[in-house]
Design a protein around this ligand. Sequence first.
Ligand code: ATP
Ligand code: MG
Length: 140
Amino acid sequence: MAVTRTFSIIKPDATRRNLTGAVTKMLEDAGLRVVASKRIHMTREQAEGFYGVHRERPFFGELVDFMMSEPVVVQVLEGEDAVTRNRDIMGATNPENAEPGTIRKELALSIGENTVHGSDSEENAAIEIAFFFNDDEIVG
Ligand code: ATP
Ligand code: MG
């Protein structure tokens, strides 16, 4: 399995509860390496652009408002089969359906306030990484 990269966001419900380190430890324990990381407060333009694929969904407004509500930590993660590895440790979108030991099962509050984002394909990972990071900010 090749070493690849994925994009992660530690969402506002986690930064608010001071869980940046706890989430990052779970990612690292799952075999992922943080090769870029920064704490930002998303603008409306960034949140709407990032989640643009969900524009027509009923929860879009709530999702954008939430992502702008408090700081987030955006990260690039590297590891073997990073996209799948990250999705596995994140757990299901709705924490009620997530497996024990996953980030969302252990830490998430609800389907909206679900602690982490992770890219769902290598193609989207590349797009999402480029949305938030310049090449010189990623140090593998
Ligand atoms: P993410 O893209 O954040 O990693 P995901 O890929 O597991 O999550 P998506 O279907 O892409 O899930 O939904 C994006 C985000 O929109 C979810 O993480 C969640 O915060 C929010 N969301 C999804 N479904 C709902 C819903 N029914 N009600 C409220 N918020 C929702
Ligand atoms: Mg998604």
